[in-house]
Design a protein around this ligand. Structure first.
Ligand SMILES: [Zn+2]
Length: 79
């Protein structure tokens, strides 16, 4: 019985080492580059907005308009 437990423990350890080795073979993920220009209007996103919302892809005006459109779509189903 102990032999089976030892074999299982060895396999688990070997699989764990293989997983760690595969993971180390890939470079660490990097943070996405923050958008500097609005994806809707193309104007620069002000630094204060980028700092407040690091993942922002739109300027404040376009984001507000997009949220209004999305809310209207959720309410009426019309885009
Ligand atoms: Zn914009």
């Amino acid at each position: 019985m102990a032999d089976l437990v030892d074999i299982a423990a060895d396999r688990v350890e070997a699989e764990r080492e293989a997983i760690v080795a595969r993971r180390r073979a890939y470079p660490a993920p990097t943070a996405p580059t923050p958008a500097t220009r609005c994806t809707s209007c193309g104007q620069p996103i002000p630094p204060a907005r980028r700092q407040a919302r690091p993942g922002a892809t739109r300027c404040a005006g376009c984001q507000a308009a997009a949220e209004v459109r999305a809310a209207r779509y959720r309410k009426t189903g019309v885009w």
